[in-house]
Ligand binder design. Structure first.
Ligand code: PLP
Length: 360
């Protein structure tokens, strides 16, 4: 077998080996079709079957209620920062945001271009190392919805419970935590996620939206920016990112085969605990996020000394522990340990951290 590195990239991120192997087997001819999935028409029966199965598997994995649509879109999670307000700002032209990092800031900036973005709380002054405490009276009823980022990929924090939004619709950016733990989809009115972290390759963005919101959207939106266009056409108004949908579907099958989201959650809790327990006991490394808000998917840490961090990262690369540098805005290190990261990868990282600490 070809060499496989332990890839701690925040995204695009590692995919399950079994998925890659299956895709490899089907590369030249998918299911006897005589062609690769990326070569076939999205209007043909085969691809229609692939996208329908991907949707139904995702629905069963997440327990998505029937009154929600599942859309496979393009433009990344970033397009959603604009597309969501365009569709959901029906009355007040105002959105409440909780600013917990770069991705919520980007969403705020998009709304500021054409409406009111009200930041109810922010952890910016503390380098986004925590999730602000929220109370329902912060969410005044004069806004169309509330936007949060459930997991903050760059700073390594996450919400551990759903905020009480005072009855307002809740939109969540789950790009870096979707399918990592059990959630109740009906707690949210819209969930969106770029696929390239916990789902599949870059190129497809999942939107799970309550149908009622699609119906209420303003008329005459640009066709491609109107959720209704995609909902009414089974995400095939235009050519969808067919190969990314196919591989995402393979990941959904892999998740189902491996016990679904509850089993992934148990594995993710175990991986994160191993790493955080080590960080808490270490006299060299320290975690960057406050304990109670620590992300299960993106573990941020540092030695507190830029030269030592650099030396650590150099040694990691030699050991095929890859993409561990933290985001340029937070520095230090970040280990992204999504569903596809095996426990052995986390153990190999900890072994190296111990060795580095001993020799430091
Ligand atoms: C939480 C979160 N939201 C949004 C994005 C932007 O996603 P995209 O690059 O698909 O636009 C990212 C990318 O890393 C992310 O981590």
């Amino acid at each position: 077998m070809e060499k496989r590195a332990y890839n701690f990239s925040a995204g695009p991120a590692c995919l399950p080996l079994e998925v890659l192997e299956e895709a490899q087997k089907e590369f030249i001819s998918y299911a006897g079709s005589g062609m690769n999935v990326m070569e076939m028409s999205h209007r043909g029966k085969i691809f229609e079957g692939i996208i329908a199965k991907a949707e139904s598997d995702l629905r069963s994995l997440m327990g998505i209620p029937d009154d929600y649509s599942v859309l496979f879109l393009q433009g990344g999670a970033s397009l959603q920062f604009y597309m969501i307000p365009l569709n959901l700002m029906t009355t007040y032209r105002k959105v409440h945001f909780v600013d917990t990092g770069i991705w919520s800031s980007r969403a705020i900036k998009e709304v500021e271009k054409f409406a009111t973005a009200n930041v109810v709380a922010s952890s910016k002054a503390a380098a986004y190392n925590y999730i602000p405490k929220l109370s329902k009276d912060m969410f005044t009823p004069d806004a169309d919805y509330v936007h949060i980022a459930s997991n903050n990929t760059i700073f390594g924090t996450r919400y551990t419970s759903r905020p009480d939004t005072n009855g307002l619709p809740l939109v969540s950016d789950m790009s870096s935590c979707i399918l990592s733990e059990v959630i109740d989809v009906s707690d949210y009115d819209l969930i969106f996620a770029g696929a390239q972290k916990n789902i599949g390759p870059a190129g497809v963005t999942i939107v799970i939206i309550k149908n009622e919101l699609i119906e209420k959207a303003p008329k005459n939106l640009p066709t491609m920016l109107d959720f209704k266009t995609h909902a009414e056409n089974g995400s095939m108004f235009n050519t969808p990112p067919t190969y990314a949908v196919y591989l995402s579907g393979k990941v959904f099958e892999w998740l189902i085969k491996n016990g679904g989201v509850p089993a992934m959650q148990a594995k993710n809790e175990k991986k994160a605990k191993l790493l955080y327990d080590y960080l808490d006991a270490s006299s060299l490394f320290r975690g960057l996020a406050v304990k109670e808000d620590r992300s299960m998917m993106n573990v941020t840490f540092s030695t507190g000394d830029a030269d030592k961090d650099k030396a650590f990262l150099g040694g990691a690369e030699v050991r095929d522990l890859l993409y561990l540098p933290g985001h340029r805005l937070s520095g230090g290190m970040r280990a992204s340990i999504y569903n596809a990261m095996p426990i052995e990868g986390v153990e190999a990282l900890i072994d190296y951290m111990k060795e580095f600490e001993k020799n430091a």
